[in-house]
Design a protein around this ligand. Structure first.
Ligand SMILES: Cc1cc2nc3c(=O)[nH]c(=O)nc-3n(C[C@H](O)[C@H](O)[C@H](O)COP(=O)(O)O)c2cc1C
Length: 172
């Protein structure tokens, strides 16, 4: 597990190779195995392997999402606010599990922040995506995870990356 975590980097350039169904199945199993507060399971996952839709989603915010244009697959991570008041936490854990399992499958991934982000001065990124994907208003959007085969390699981390001073013992 630690090897995977050292290796994982945010990948924003992908080859055109499609993700095999068995790999995607294992990634989604990882998402569905995430813990959930009070076992409410509010998370919803919209898997997008359609190029036109990913191109449209790349316009969801002015910065930090444009690479979705050339991303073979993305997963919109959303949560039902009527099921849980801590859907953000549940969805964040599931999104992390997706990223870790993707690394294990030899794929690259990147988190694209949607919650609290604007599309433009009138519309949130969330509403833009809800409209694109026919989502009801109670299904709120946390993030999109971009997934694909890595175009080139980014170096993994080593122990020099660890900010050990962030660890406090018994008192801050
Ligand atoms: C909550 C969160 C939001 C992020 N939002 C974006 C984003 O909108 N677009 C993007 O390209 N990367 C985004 N990232 C990726 C970060 O930029 C990246 O994790 C950070 O630079 C550290 O690099 P690494 O993931 O390669 O270790 C986000 C990461 C997190 C955890």
């Amino acid at each position: 597990m630690l090897d995977l975590l050292y290796k994982r980097r945010s990948i924003r350039k992908f080859t055109e190779q499609a993700i095999e169904q068995d790999k995607l199945d294992r990634i989604m199993q990882a998402a569905l195995l995430a813990p959930s507060s009070k076992s409410k399971y509010p998370c919803e996952f919209i898997v997008i392997d359609n190029k036109e839709i990913n191109e449209k989603l790349s316009e969801c915010k002015p910065h930090g999402a444009s690479f979705l244009k050339s991303t073979p697959l993305s997963i919109v991570i959303a949560g039902d606010i009527e099921k849980s008041d801590v859907w953000v936490e549940d969805c964040s854990i599931a999104a992390s599990y997706i990223q870790i399992q993707a690394e294990k499958e030899g794929l690259g991934s990147c988190w694209i922040q949607i919650r609290e982000r604007p599309h433009d001065i009138q519309k949130s990124s969330e509403v833009f995506i809800q409209e694109c994907l026919n989502m009801p208003a109670n299904i709120k959007i946390l993030a999109i995870i971009a997934l694909g085969y890595k175009e080139g390699e980014k170096p993994g981390r080593d122990a020099t990356h660890l900010k050990l001073e962030k660890i406090h013992k018994n008192s801050y």
